[in-house]
Design a protein around this ligand. Structure first.
Ligand code: PEP
Ligand code: MG
Length: 585
């Protein structure tokens, strides 16, 4: 049975528009030698018109959504122009004497199924990109109009229901009338999901295909991206309940705007910086629009996805510099490339691994591929000449790793110095505390770094031996487990003894319930996804830091996660202060 997954949050209520699956008739033509030249010309013309169509979609999406999402179409252009793909089509035509259309379909199926077989969600989703490119080329060879485009119900807003929605289908549908999306195929890392999130469109994937087929255009649907549910023709009582929830969510979002300008302090005046985690310049813009005063974690690896080659030093430099300039002096922490595990990059060859999250990941790759590390370091250090930034190293587990990485940083600085290229010579260098070994050795590591950032996402997975990607063990993934709490305390204590700052950048920081932990431990900075910043700030304004210290002392004595959660919730026992009446100063 499929498990529905909310790949883009929010609630949509509206009528379904079911996208007809495209069934195009492919002519099965046999050819003589003379026809082959003609057929090859047809193929070249088809590739040329697909290319210009892709270029125009790319420029539309650049204007409509942003540069990062437009990058998806760079990947499509790279597939279309890939000589291996084109040669495969020509070979099939030549050896089997069949027409261009059938050869394109066969080559597309061959490459897409190679990606389908890979045991990695990100790579599997690249199969959709290959099919998307193959279908586009076929459409041009067959001289057909874009089915998706001609099928759009232009007048009314609608919820799109489809087996799958490709990124270019998404663009063609024109997101302005799109209330929500429901698909059978797709996951959180699919490009369509990335774009839906960027546009604030709720989306649920993983729908049971029988249920999908039973939905008719015009059916009433509710898409709940938060609860990961789709309702088909629900009772009026459910519709009313959801309408009420949707209004409440909108009111809540609206009322939160009122606290944007409040300083992030508790009732008794303790300050806790609430910063954003971002992975693109678009997200940076959104974070600036929301009034978030800095970035605690820039996951730079996402800039390496949706491309066909490593971005050059100049390309990376331009993006990092742009981030620094747009941020105008606010805190900005660049994390060095954190790939491997669930984050694969198609053009960086990594070995097949049985346990990828225990394998070649993050700093281990940076040290194995110092060429990649150096290019990125040069670009980050150069961006530092335009404003204050910090550098964060992912997944450091020992002093040896830290020292080796720091040696590379010093060598790169020396190079830039000799080349007389401006850079930040005093960039603070910190490490993620996300491997239990690092949390246990925090006192030693603190002597050799400028700051710590606790990555609870991985820390929880490693200390509890629970794969963060595996739904089968999801109930065991427990951030409030007493063992996690002890490692966090150990890290904060070591940082405080060494006089270095410590922040938290895992998802746990986005949970208001964890606030008494940070306040109780004297942590001064937490960062989280942009949407979580204001709700967490609202909870912070209602906290009393002194009470949090007592609550944390009790929580640290608890034996189970349930007890820890219960104790932490007591931090808000006192009545809450109304949001808008008086701003704390
Ligand atoms: C973490 O592990 O907590 C973290 C912030 O990094 P990522 O989620 O990118 O692994
Ligand atoms: Mg991590």
């Amino acid at each position: 049975m499929n498990k529905e997954i909310g790949v883009s949050p929010g609630i949509a209520i509206g009528r379904a528009f079911v996208l007809p699956s495209s069934v195009c008739e492919i002519p099965e033509r046999m050819m003589g030698d003379a026809d082959l030249t003609e057929e090859l010309d047809k193929l070249i013309a088809g590739i040329r018109s697909s290319k210009s169509e892709l270029e125009s979609i790319r420029s539309d999406i650049r204007e409509l959504i942003g540069e990062d999402e437009a990058g998806i179409f760079n990947a499509h252009l790279a597939i279309l122009e890939d000589p291996i793909f084109q040669n495969e089509v020509r070979e099939i035509m030549r050896l089997r004497s069949i027409g261009a259309e059938l050869a394109v379909q066969e080559a597309t199926d061959k490459f897409a199924s190679m990606f389908d077989l890979l045991d990695d969600d990100y790579m599997k989703e690249r199969a959709d990109d290959i099919r998307d490119v193959g279908n586009r080329l076929l459409k041009h060879l067959l001289g057909e109009s874009e089915e998706v485009e001609s099928a759009i119900p232009l007048e009314a807003p609608y919820i799109l229901v489809a087996k799958e929605v490709t990124p270019s289908g998404f663009v063609k549908l024109g997101p302005s009338n799109l209330l929500g999306i429901v698909t059978v195929m797709g996951g959180r890392t699919s490009h369509t999901a990335i774009m839906a999130r960027a546009m604030g469109i709720p989306m649920v994937s993983g729908l049971d295909s029988k249920l999908q087929r039973s939905i008719q255009t015009g059916d009433l649907l509710i898409v709940d991206g938060d609860a990961e549910r789709v309702w088909v023709n629900p009772d009026s009582s459910i519709v009313e309940e959801y309408q009420h929830r949707k209004e409440e969510l909108e009111k809540e979002r609206h009322s939160l705007q009122g606290i944007v300008s409040f300083p992030p302090v508790t009732k008794d005046g303790r300050r806790l910086e609430i910063l954003a985690n971002i992975s693109s310049l678009n997200e940076l813009d959104r974070s600036i629009q929301e009034g978030i005063p800095g970035v605690g974690l820039f996951r730079t690896e996402f800039l390496f996805m949706d491309r066909s080659a490593v971005p050059s030093e100049e390309e990376q430099y331009r993006i990092y510099r742009e981030a620094v300039v747009r941020h105008g002096g606010n805190p900005l922490v660049f994390r060095a490339l954190d790939i491997g595990g669930d984050k694969a990059i198609s053009y960086i060859a990594l070995p097949e691994e049985d346990n990828p999250s225990l394998g070649l990941r993050a700093v281990r790759i940076l040290l194995a591929r110092k060429d990649l590390f150096r290019i990125q370091l040069r670009a980050i250090l150069r961006a530092g000449a335009h404003g204050p930034i910090r550098l964060l190293l992912p997944m450091v587990g020992s002093l040896d790793e830290l020292r080796e990485a720091r040696d590379v940083i010093e060598e790169v600085k020396q190079e830039l110095h000799e080349e007389q290229i401006p850079f930040d010579g005093d960039i603070p260098v910190g490490i993620m505390i996300e491997v239990p070994a690092a949390a246990l050795l925090a006192d030693l590591l603190a002597q050799e770094v400028d700051f710590f950032s606790i990555g609870t996402n991985d820390l929880v997975q490693y200390v509890l031996a629970v794969d963060r990607m595996n739904e089968a063990v999801a109930p065991l993934y427990e951030p409030y487990h007493p063992a996690v709490l002890r490692l966090i305390r150990n890290t904060a204590q070591a940082a405080s003894d060494a006089g270095i700052p410590v922040g938290v950048c895992g998802e746990m920081a986005g949970d208001p319930l964890a606030l008494p932990i940070w306040l109780g431990l004297g942590i001064r900075e937490i960062s989280m996804s942009v949407q979580s910043c204001l709700p967490v700030k609202k909870a912070l304004l209602d906290c009393v830091a002194a009470r949090c210290e007592e609550v944390l002392t009790d929580a640290l004595r608890c034996k189970t996660a349930a007890e820890v959660r219960q104790k932490l919730s007591l931090a808000w026992e006192q009545p809450r202060q109304p949001l808008t009446e008086e701003a704390p100063t």
